[in-house]
Write a protein that binds this ligand. Structure first.
Ligand code: PHE
Length: 484
């Protein structure tokens, strides 16, 4: 049965089987929204930067391995908890726990995800704000540089190198841009699942794919494509160290939006006739394809300009503008590139805002729009503190008393608390819950897997996922185990 949209998008707590709830209008809409959640700054900024920092091919191969054996099983676990519960993440887990005669406190795994999603939302939208700034920069540049030559004509290399640091210094501007990005996100979340979240995915994801492929093909002709292929796909196994492996698993989880209750929430709007295993495979495959294509989009542009692929966030915001300067049509490509990044970031920030919104609506029995506005307001406040992390608040280290987070600004703390603690803990608990605690009949009917594949999935969720994720957690807390 297809989910029925109710006018006010109200929930139906206590009635898991009844379907008077706002939901995706089709399976395709769910797939696009889930891909939209997964594909984001993680694929476009973090993946190329991590691949560059961790030696290219070996990281990439291990990353694919992690997506298949650890990410995909957990993705299926999260969506099936949501689809079973048909509620916000915490209540969905509680329903499955109660039906399995297990403690309702298992809902804590989703509670952690709700908090984590909110924390990621707060700093993610700050980066979304940077993207808005660069869209404005290249839009303005088209008027000064024209459309045929390179971008940023007449600017010295030093002047280009100063753009990003100057932006980071400007806390007020960053806060304004952050507020703008949160507000755009809010607009879609406040309109509901079928009327807002789905619209943004259905329109922006195809546009995103078109832009990504277009820019990649353009870069392939004008840049160092062959060199990038060698870089990304030459597997030098001597480079596969413990810390490279950990970086790959962490990246796989962040990229698939796992451990943050996001896929439980999105799964809760899925109708019962959807095959979750097949759908999860499509989501994971698309996310991985985008990460790889993003590498093949960015590296040729950077390498052709003779620049370094290293540098974390700076790869996109510092290095690429230099590369666009020497690229034919650089101002237009620069503009299209950052519009593309903006689209990907928005479909992810919408997912990040929906998780706490769905939770708060059920918790406080409040209507969607005011709830989303309240969440957005809180995200703006925390976002402002993150935005000033690069200037006035650069010496403010909120968790200085915890060695793991000592010396980190608000912006860095939000990132590392969620990545090092919440994400692995959320995912470990999810796999234990689905693999060991929930009644089998609640799970088995829902996966859409049969025979050996089902057995294999069960094995992964019961054994491999909790074990590998526990290792990530331990090493994340005690980095010296793998030598940093
Ligand atoms: N997966 C998103 C990205 O790659 C980030 C994200 C994490 C979104 C967790 C939702 C939940 O950018």
């Amino acid at each position: 049965m297809v989910a029925v949209s109710s006018a006010d998008g109200s929930s139906n707590e206590g009635n898991p089987q009844g379907r008077q709830r706002d939901g995706w209008s089709s399976r395709t809409a769910f797939i696009l929204a889930a891909i939209g959640s997964a594909v984001g700054l993680g694929n476009l900024v973090r993946f190329p930067a991590e691949a560059a920092a961790n030696g290219g091919g070996a990281f990439v191969l291990f990353y694919i391995f992690c997506i298949l054996l650890i990410g995909l099983p957990v993705l299926l676990s999260e969506t099936l908890i949501g689809r079973y519960g048909q509620s916000s993440a915490t209540i969905s887990v509680r329903r499955m726990a109660e039906a399995s005669k297990a403690s309702r406190y298992w809902e804590g795994l989703a509670g952690l995800g709700v908090l984590g999603s909110f924390m990621i939302l707060a700093f993610y939208c700050v980066i979304g704000g940077w993207v808005l700034y660069y869209i404005g920069l290249f839009l303005g540049d088209i008027f000064t540089s024209g459309v045929t030559g390179g971008a940023l004509t007449g600017m010295s290399a030093e002047a280009i190198a100063a753009i990003f640091p100057a932006l980071l210094e400007n806390g007020l501007m960053l806060t304004g841009l952050d507020i703008a990005f949160v507000a755009i996100t809010l607009y879609f979340v406040a309109r509901g699942v079928a009327g807002g979240i789905e619209i943004v995915a259905v329109w922006l994801m195809p546009a995103f794919f078109t832009l990504l492929l277009g820019i990649t093909i353009y870069g392939a002709f004008s840049g160092a494509f062959a060199e990038s292929l060698v870089y990304l796909f030459t597997f030098d196994f001597s480079k596969l160290t413990g810390s490279v492996m950990l970086a790959a698993v962490g990246q796989a989880f962040f990229s698939l939006s796992l451990g943050m209750a996001g896929m439980i929430t999105y799964g809760s709007y899925v109708s019962r006739d959807v095959n979750l295993a097949g759908t999860s495979a499509i989501i994971a495959a698309s996310d991985t394809a985008v990460a790889l294509i993003a590498g093949l989009c960015i590296f040729p542009i950077v390498l052709a300009a003779g620049l370094s692929t290293e540098g974390g966030l700076g790869l996109m915001f510092n290095t690429l503008p230099h590369a666009f300067q020497s690229m034919p049509g650089g101002s237009v490509i620069g503009l299209l590139f950052f519009i593309m990044v903006g689209f990907a970031a928005l479909t992810s920030s919408v997912a990040l805002m929906e998780v706490p919104t769905a939770w708060a609506r059920e918790k406080f029995k409040t209507p969607r729009a005011p709830t989303a506005i309240a969440i957005a307001g809180l995200a703006m406040a925390l976002g402002a503190a993150s935005a000033y992390s690069f200037s006035a608040l650069s010496d403010f280290h909120p968790l200085d008393f915890i060695p793991l987070f000592a010396g980190e600004t608000v912006f860095e703390t939000l990132d590392s608390v969620t990545a090092k603690l919440f994400m692995p803990i959320g995912a470990i608990l999810t796999s234990i819950f689905v693999g060991w605690i929930a009644e089998r009949h609640l799970i088995d009917m829902q996966t859409g897997l049969t025979g050996g594949m089902h057995q294999f999935w069960r094995f992964l969720v019961r054994w491999l996922c909790p074990m590998v994720l526990s290792l990530i957690l331990i090493v994340g807390i005690f980095p010296s185990v793998v030598g940093g």
